[in-house]
Design a protein around this ligand. Sequence first.
Ligand code: SF4
Length: 443
Amino acid sequence: MGLTGLEIFKQLPKTNTGDCGFPTCLAFAMALSAGKTSLDKCPHVSEEAKEVLGAAAAPPIKLVKVGTGEYAVEMGEETELFRHDKRFYHPAAIAVLIKDTEDVAACVAAFNELEFERVGMHYVTDLVALQCASGDAAKFKAAAETVAANTNKPCLLICQDAAVMAAAATAVAAKKPLLYAATNENYEEMTALAQKLACPLAVKGNGLADLSELVEKITKLGHKELVLDSGNRETAQVVADLTQIRRLAVRKRFRPFGYPAMAFTTKEDSLAEITQAGVYLAKYAGLIVLHANKKAELLPLLSWRQNLFTDPQKPIQVEAKAVAIGDVTPDSPVYITTNFSLTYYIVESEVEASKVPAYILPVNTGGVSVLTAWAAGKLTGDSINKALKENELEVKVNHKTLVLPGYVAVLSGNTEEVSGWKVLIGPREASGISKFAKEKFAR
Ligand code: SF4
């Protein structure tokens, strides 16, 4: 919870200079409380007030960065318990586990292949989690160097022996790895190492009470780039811990838990593991470490993440522009759909699969699906006619016949009347396009 306008007002100079762009200090305080301005707009605020207000204005969960450059991973800075209240900001990072006893170069090469295109979006796994399974400082260091040399993505170094960690972390410090983990036994050495190398540090407790105490000890030592691990591994308990951490951070502003949290999967079976990771992703891990390293295993998880971390108030849209699929000719059919990304890409893949070259015309419905757009009056004879004209379909094809989605067959009369195009009623589901196209248009 942030401070109220009156609580903020008490900390301001109350001289009403107007230099902040507001007529009075009270107006500024109210705007600051509502998040509509920032404290630095007042040049007269005292250092003492800055400290009080700055802490209150800080996000409930700190932003922690791992790695550098284009592929740096950001975790935290979440403000909500429930996505529908606003949105979630930083997609949970996915780390794929590699042991230093494996062929690290080959594993990293396979990791680099874990990229996907789906519904016009690019999905990637985010970090290599390199575990010291050998217990050998030289081997772990060499493995860390191999990871750093073979991928631009950041690294999570897993080793609880501070001396072994120091060798590897120092070798790849320029890549700003996340060091896992500070525990009750090693936190002084691990914190000193993380501070010296300016790297984020994971903190592993024995349950939440222990974790909060350990975090306080570490922050007193001056390190505040932290990622939290309750130490539990049983699924229901991990979910309870992650939920408590988020709840206490966001609702109670409990500072020891004001950092992103992480979770490790434990299931051996890959489907069970992805399900477990999916649960952690929803509730509320900022980083998930898993063994799964195959595209078929990871795609559902990354799709789930993509859905969860989009802004629910902004549908994902494609450009409302006619797209030619295959070697179109003036005889090619014209399919009408909407510019809701998911709808468009499903239609696109079915038209491709039909092997009948065609134009797809996604009408601009503000990114909503066919039935929703029809119900909201966004998919109408007029909007279809406008799209046909703007995309010059009359010039592109030598016929005036369009295919309307079967679910909105009710629009056919109005569409024909407004546009002068003949309407063919297409299948209700995109999965019927292939059969429909072969029956109607194949030569
Ligand atoms: S600049 Fe500062 S002192 Fe002046 S009105 Fe704004 S809040 Fe008050």
